[in-house]
Ligand binder design. Structure first.
Ligand SMILES: NC(=O)c1ccc[n+]([C@@H]2O[C@H](COP(=O)([O-])OP(=O)(O)OC[C@H]3O[C@@H](n4cnc5c(N)ncnc54)[C@H](O)[C@@H]3O)[C@@H](O)[C@H]2O)c1
Length: 254
């Protein structure tokens, strides 16, 4: 018996980086996975890799941040696999700029994908869970930037801090249905971290290697076991928690 046998898990932004690792990790533990991404080829690639390992997955293409995509995520899960047990709100973009130079578009885009997307997806998934009496799980992905802030990250830090507030409110509201809602703050080498300008990227990685309590940069695989735990029935007494997976007691490397 695997830890997610019989579970249907939606992962947004699962075409690359951490989301892909979550989708593959969930499938390896027996889950049927809805693989969302805004980039068709990336989502399809993740699905192919899962199927290649003998797992079950379907792609669901769409830009997170609209009610239409939120409904599509849920209807795809129900149509393909019969229900929704777990939603992982992972999709995200960064548009860094110093606050004095940040455009309204940079602000709106980042807030829309991360925060509004997490709200709309949760609403659609939870409505279905309640209707079908499913004691589901929502795992929201925030960031150390949402706790400690970050230079050039006013939009991103605000969105990620908002996700923490959303998680805590939803955990309280949904407890009566047995639905647990938690938030993860990972740090791992991905396309997102690699997209930093080379000088800043190297400085950041070196700072993390030197100052982090565990003195190394994280990898997506470091985060997967916590995702599996939170998605499973083993986590039924854990809700409203912020879990930092950053190799650190307080992200000294910010
Ligand atoms: N990598 C880190 O160290 C780190 C740290 C803290 C938080 N996070 C968070 O983890 C999540 C995943 O980050 P990552 O590092 O894997 O990034 P990534 O850029 O490697 O992957 C993000 C994925 O999301 C997809 N995506 C972007 N906008 C989308 C949208 N509107 N709808 C659907 N898919 C969309 C991209 O196509 C991509 O496949 C993000 O929410 C990010 O903020 C990452």
């Amino acid at each position: 018996m695997k830890r997610l046998d019989g579970k249907v898990v939606i992962v947004t932004g699962a075409g690359g980086g951490l989301g892909k690792a979550y989708a593959k990790g969930a499938a390896r533990e027996g889950a049927c996975v809805v693989v969302n991404d805004v980039v068709l080829e990336m989502a399809n690639q993740t699905v192919e890799e899962i199927k290649g390992e003998g797992g079950k997955a379907v792609a669901c293409i769409g830009a997170v941040g609209t009610a239409e995509t939120a409904e599509k995520l849920v209807s795809t899960a129900v149509k393909e696999f019969g229900k929704v047990d777990v939603l992982i709100n992972n999709a995200g973009v960064v548009m860094p700029a110093m606050m004095v130079k940040m455009t309204e578009e940079q602000w709106d885009t980042v807030l829309n994908v991360h925060l509004k997307g997490a709200f709309l997806n949760s609403q659609a998934a939870v409505r279905n869970m309640i209707e079908n009496n499913i004691k589901g799980r929502i795992i929201n992905i925030s960031s150390p930037a949402g706790i400690y802030g970050g230079i050039g990250q006013a939009n991103y830090s605000a969105a990620k801090a908002g996700i923490i507030g959303l998680t805590k409110s939803n955990a309280r509201e949904l407890a009566r249905y047995g639905i647990c809602v938690n938030v993860l703050c990972p740090v791992a080498r991905t396309g997102m971290t690699d997209s930093m300008p080379e000088k800043i990227r190297e400085e950041t990685y070196q700072r993390i290697a030197k100052k982090n309590t565990l003195q190394r940069m994280g990898e997506p695989e470091d985060v997967v076991p916590v995702i599996v735990f939170l998605a499973s029935t083993e986590s039924n007494y854990v809700t409203g928690q912020i879990i930092e997976i950053a190799g650190s007691l307080g992200f000294e490397a910010v």
